[in-house]
Design a binder for this molecule. Sequence first.
Ligand code: NOJ
Length: 550
Amino acid sequence: MADSPTSISDKWWHSAAVYQVYPRSFFDGNGDSLGDLVGVQSKLPYLKKLGIDAIWLSPFYPSPQHDSGYDVADPRDVDSIYGTLSDTQSLIDASHELDIKVMVDLVPNHVSIDHPWFQAALASPPGSKERARFHFLDAGEQPPNNWVSMFGGPAWTQITEANGELGQCYLHVFDSSQPDLNWTNPDVAADWIDTLKFWLDRGVDGFRVDVAHGLAKDMTYADLPDPVGLTEALRFDLDDGSTEAAERRLLIENSGFFDRDELQEIYREWRKVLDSYPGDRMAVSEAWVPAHRAGRYVSPTSLHQIFGFDFLVVAWSASVMQETIKKAIAAVQAVGAPPTWALSNHDSPRVVTRLGGGETGLARARALAMVAHALPGSIYVYQGEELGLPDAPLADSDREDPVFFRTNGAQKGRDGARVPLPWTASSAPYGFTESESATWLPQPDHWSQLSVEAEDFDAASTLNLYRASLDQREQFRGEVRFIDSGDSEVMIFARDNGIHMAVNTGLEAYSLPEFLLEAEIMLDSEVVKILGDKTEVLPPNCARWFRVFT
Ligand code: NOJ
């Protein structure tokens, strides 16, 4: 049978459960109070038992850490706070022994101000070949154009030239510590091919490509009609048919620095490199583009996957969810690629918090996980999601995210979702580190019951729900077929072999239809195994998997 996007295939990444490791907050293996690669390796058995197929490591490269490592000074080395190059090899090999694939993060849109190329550019005059690897432009009273940084404020910073005078400006779509590379410069393209090969030679199975939609720029640097609006537009799904949606789409299609046609050529070259290696090496693009543009990043001459970010923002509404799922699948199906799903990542509020926090937020997050895990394609699980962690409340004085500083505190930033994991049912640091020093972000006082140790022993914990759902999702095959539930707050869909998923986003219990009453209950987001007399209704904020026998 030919591969269809929703059928199981021999490519591991078509249906993989990928676990995102944010190294500094995962586990400290060397007692210095920061997570590291040795720490990740020591927890591989935990990840294996969780049932994941792959890990994706957020950046561990040398970096001054102005954006938690997404400001890379050398993409072919390891920051000493995380370990050594030989630790990466050891982690890759140990993962492979457990049949866990390894993906690393690439950050090709920009480098750190500490990168030797940027340092050389600062030391060289305007017009030099060193400056040509970046976007340096002459500045007058105003920045060269009106582009706005994704982190707030202007996208240009003026430097002081060697003669001590204010000089040119360089472009940074993110923080001023992250100068954008000029991808029309042949040095840049060639160096990234070397980086791809460097990690492929070491055995990595895939890459997560940071800001994959951003590498190409409008080289005329024309002003944008609405630069702030563009930044906001990129966070919306554009296909709801409204006038506002049409306006947002126009902004994106005319963007100076995102989702431009020139990207196709870059990824065509990358694909050739990936295809030249044995095994199914892959790349997933972090591209914040509307559904109708997603297909541009996934094709046999481009990258393999694009993150599906819909569940990071989807409303807690069965009817909205259903439309979102249909659109997300259709967008990549058009180019023969499998969809991907993510409930959270290091850039977004944790899903428990986003869906209301407290017991309600947790119940919804558990139910949403069961929706995502029942869908075709692959899923990305952000560390701590399997414990049902909420965002940690932080004092402003604890924050490190450049978003907080660049918006003068108007946006709190992403630190709340990046707090070190609780491993033991004790008090902070909950076994995360043996160091007496404070963790880089403080852990809340009440996380003992959310620790791995506490949840391991609790049959109804979120951890055990994830273990069960990741185990059972391997049985899911075939297309998604939506079934009319008769209630706009209840979504029901079927997969092959009689497997059904039902979720109730409403405030009232839903009386299940006859055909589900007779079905076997595979898993329930509320009580994991034992349902007692709840079998005839689906409570609010609950999802359940059934196997219907015909
Ligand atoms: C996306 C990354 O996920 C985020 O953490 C980072 O700040 C930006 N790209 C810039 O690299």
